[in-house]
Ligand binder design. Structure first.
Ligand code: XMP
Length: 514
């Protein structure tokens, strides 16, 4: 948000770049990740309080190495280079970067070797997270080394006069014990940030922006999926323009138990917008009849969703703007930095604004991380049950019923999943485990209930921990919890005859079964 002090992070492709932005925001300073080749005029226009050059996989000596305009160092704006960012600073300003004698990886002890505003109050010796092959062998003129490790003579460098700094280690990683203090020194001691960026401040600015964009008469249509992001976007836009917001919620009958009702309750009572719930479950089940291929199911759900949405939108009459709940990781992961409008490739809404002929696309959350979206949702008064909802795939339970999807099978997944969720919450694990759900496997198995032989479905339990869903580990749930979940499912859910636990990591398996 340009109205707030911000710190720009020039992204050189480092794996921790998003983490730097998060750490800075945790200090209540707004930060934005921008591409490394952002023009200097653009930086001037944004007038950030400080800049960070991120790490990255390249060597400054590579022919194709990403290289920012050297003018970034003479804008009078403090700069902190991290890892590759430090090497690039040294390289561009006349220092020397060499291959390290020993590649440093992991926790390395770093000792302070000189005073600096950057390391003020930091312990003389502390563990830092390193991951590098190249290092600064000689500081550029005007800089001095302020920290070293056993094999890295310049683990940090400073030019106080120009407020230019570099660290070879990663202060954003929690293994770097004094990392937060170092970042705070940069933000508050060097960049003189006020630290006044809060969710309340964000909401206020975002509301003003929406009002300015939509104008006093304009109307907005939002596709509500029932997930966290679109619900928070709806609540925010409602605060900005009240009943000029209309929401279309396509209920495909493939949601978890109770979710459709909760979305309807929230958006008719707490945020009374023009709200259409299109109960299209019949159409979805009809079209999914006989289909067993996972990709075909995805395709059908996606196509029907768009068709239903389009029909309902047409019924509402002409609306000016289209809104959706795109969040910051979607923007960054699309590789487009913050320069271009990005449409979430989520099948529910991708391409819809253009197809429906809207004048503009409103994405009020496109600068927020998931946890910030949740904090914003809570501050806007959305119920915790909705705000803390787990991620849920667009095709819904269609991909958690292996084989053909029928209303009966979906009900088995809904009921078993509700038991799993209930017991996870009772055990206090519902916010610790990233995603957990039940799957109706296509397998039948023999059992005995009372004195009767049964031949019922095998239900799979899937629970994973992950930071980004690109990789995941299976959650080590307590045996006692698993015992209760299993007993309840086979006792309470008709046609659930056996429960198994999925103990596969991603990769090679995916989180979902289909
Ligand atoms: P996978 O199964 O790909 O899941 O390891 C990673 C995360 O993405 C979710 N997921 C989807 N989300 N449309 C979505 O919007 C989809 O088709 C889809 N498939 C998987 C999954 O729930 C997990 O959080």
């Amino acid at each position: 948000m340009a109205d707030h002090q911000s710190v720009l992070i020039l992204d050189f492709g480092g794996q921790y770049t998003q983490l730097i932005a998060r750490r800075i925001r945790e200090c209540h300073v707004f930060s934005e990740v921008v591409p490394w080749n952002i023009p200097v005029e653009e930086i001037r226009r944004r007038s950030p309080a400080g800049m960070i050059l991120s790490g990255g996989p390249a060597s400054v000596h590579d022919l194709e190495a990403p290289c920012c305009d050297p003018a970034v160092f003479s804008l009078g704006i403090p700069v902190l280079g991290i890892c590759y960012g430090m090497q690039l600073t040294a390289h561009l300003l006349g220092g020397r970067v060499e291959k390290a004698r020993e590649r440093e990886y992991g926790r390395i002890t770093v000792s302070l070797t000189g005073e600096s505003a950057l390391t003020h109050g930091i312990k003389t010796e502390s563990p830092c997270w390193m991951s590098h092959t190249w290092q600064v062998a000689e500081c550029p003129p005007g800089f001095r080394s302020i920290a070293a490790s056993a094999s890295c003579p310049v683990a940090a460098m400073a030019c106080e006069e120009k407020q230019l700094y570099g660290v070879q280690f990663h202060p954003e990683v929690t293994h770097t014990e004094e990392g937060t203090l170092l970042l705070r020194n940069f933000l508050f001691g060097i960049c003189r940030c006020a630290g006044d960026w809060t969710m309340a401040a964000f909401a206020e600015t975002a509301i003003q922006r929406i009002q300015a964009e939509v104008g006093p008469e304009g109307t907005v249509l939002l596709a509500l999926s029932g997930g966290v992001d679109s619900s928070v976007a709806a609540a925010l836009i409602y605060r900005a323009i009240g009943s000029r917001l209309a929401c279309v919620f396509v209920d495909h009958g493939l949601l978890r138990r109770g979710e459709s009702e909760e979305v309807c309750r929230v958006f008719s009572q707490l945020f009374p917008v023009r709200f259409v719930r299109a109960d299209a479950s019949k159409r979805f089940f009809e079209d999914l009849k006989g289909v067993t291929d996972p990709e075909a199911k995805r395709h059908i759900v996606g196509r029907d969703f768009i068709d239903v949405f389009r029909e309902e939108a047409a019924r509402l009459g002409r609306l000016d703007h289209f809104a959706q709940g795109t969040i910051y990781p979607d923007v960054i992961e699309s590789g487009q930095g913050t320069n271009a409008a990005v449409i979430k490739s989520h099948h529910n809404v991708g391409g819809l604004p253009a197809q429906l002929g809207f004048t503009s696309l409103i994405e009020p959350l496109r600068m927020l991380f998931k946890d910030e979206v949740r904090a914003l949702g809570e501050s806007l008064g959305l119920p915790a049950g909705l705000v803390w909802r787990q991620p849920f795939p667009g095709p819904g339970l269609a991909i958690r019923v292996i084989g053909e999807v029928t209303p009966e099978k979906v009900k088995i997944v809904q009921d078993s999943d509700a038991i799993f969720r209930e017991e996870m919450a009772k055990a206090g694990l519902d916010r610790q485990v990233s995603q957990y759900f039940t799957v109706l496997t296509g397998v039948h198995s023999v059992g005995v209930m009372g004195d009767e032989r049964t031949y019922d479905y095998v239900i799979g339990l899937r629970a994973v921990t992950t930071d980004d869903f690109m990789t995941a580990d299976w959650a080590r749930l307590p045996y006692d919890l698993l015992a209760v979940v299993s007993a309840r499912i086979v006792n309470e859910v008709p046609h659930a005859g056996r429960v198994v636990l999925d103990i596969t990591t991603k990769p090679p398996a995916s989180v979902e079964w289909e």
